[in-house]
Design a protein around this ligand. Structure first.
Ligand SMILES: Nc1nc2c(ncn2[C@@H]2O[C@H](COP(=O)(O)OP(=O)(O)OP(=O)(O)O)[C@@H](O)[C@H]2O)c(=O)[nH]1
Ligand SMILES: [Mg+2]
Length: 293
């Protein structure tokens, strides 16, 4: 058997460019991307299928120190991805120099899994700075192969892909060869709406929002979706809705346009806002929102 397959898990600090990279490697817009940190909250699989190999990429939440039960659930996704990887892609933003949490460092350095350290956003630094930065990271992860890229400008991606395929273990495929992801359609609906919330509101508001898809009715001509935006406080509800409903309308329109592209169909989207006090610390709500493996 010459077939290769493996789990290639992308981890790193918030905002390093994990989701941008996964979407490029998979060739589909599976993960949402925003300029704000902590955009991704789940582990999302993106599967690349070729005749002789299958790469199961995982996009994960950024590594952080938990302040809420939601953060703990997010970090659990990261640790699971650390544990079940055949190959780890640790991605850093070369423009920032945030240190990696000791606990995570230890976990990576004691693991026998192959490690590629990706220096991302090299479009933002000079080549002399890049050399310095590269030396610093080589000291942090001496065992890693280091590959500089720009996910945004798609620089050095083909080389990275080659290096990934070269390290895939011999194995039969893990998923059906037609499968693109592990997440259901509803997940992409709630993520798209959440992306538009992240892009339209500032400060703590996006971080207090979760999107729940109450119904998703697919027919040959149109998909009818009914969805609820949960917030933690009454004041946030007013902010989301906005003056005469303008805020909510904007989010709805932007999400609808994006979803029509994603599903290739007309979308009818209804959005409601509800307050669920302190949902980020509520186990029952977190379970409802899918923060469980
Ligand atoms: N200049 C530049 N910006 C980039 C590059 N890659 C990603 N970005 C930007 O960095 C920001 C964060 O990108 P994401 O892909 O959402 O980062 P992430 O690591 O998934 O972030 P979290 O989900 O919050 O942990 C976005 O504004 C991207 O457009 C790059 O190579 N160069
Ligand atoms: Mg992300």
């Amino acid at each position: 058997m010459n077939h290769r397959a493996g789990f290639v898990n992308i981890i790193g600090k918030p905002n390093a460019g994990k989701s941008t990279l996964m979407n490029i490697l998979v060739g589909e817009r599976l993960s949402i991307i925003t300029p704000k940190a902590q955009t991704t909250r789940h582990r999302i699989l993106g599967i690349v299928n070729e005749e002789d190999y299958q790469i199961v990429y995982s996009d994960t939440p950024g590594i952080l120190t938990p302040h809420y039960k939601m953060h703990e659930a997010m970090m659990k996704f990261v640790y699971t991805a650390l544990a079940d990887a055949d190959l780890l892609l640790f991605i850093v933003d070369v423009a920032g120099k945030e240190p990696v949490e000791e606990e995570v460092l230890k976990e990576i350095n004691k693991s026998k899994t192959g490690l590629i350290l990706i220096l991302n956003k090299i479009d933002l630094v000079s080549s002399t700075d890049l050399e310095e930065i590269s030396k610093y990271w080589a000291g942090v992860f001496p065992q890693a192969e280091i590959i500089p890229i720009s996910a945004l400008e798609q620089f050095n991606i083909e080389y990275l892909k080659k290096r990934i395929v070269a390290q895939l273990p011999i194995s039969p495929p893990y998923y059906d060869k037609e499968q693109l992801t592990d997440k259901p359609e509803k997940f992409f609906v709630s993520e798209t709406i959440r992306e538009k919330i992240f892009l339209n509101y500032e400060k703590e508001v996006p971080y207090n929002c979760e999107v729940y898809v109450e119904s998703f009715k697919d027919s040959p001509e149109i998909i009818k979706i009914r969805s609820i935006i949960f917030v933690s406080r009454d004041s946030q509800k007013g902010i989301i809705i906005g003056h005469k409903g303008a805020g909510l309308k904007r989010v709805g329109t932007q999400a609808r346009i994006e979803l029509e592209k994603f599903f290739g169909k007309k979308i009818f989207l209804e959005l409601f806002v509800k307050v669920k006090k302190d949902w980020r610390n509520n186990n029952y709500m977190l379970k409802q929102f899918g923060y469980e493996e």
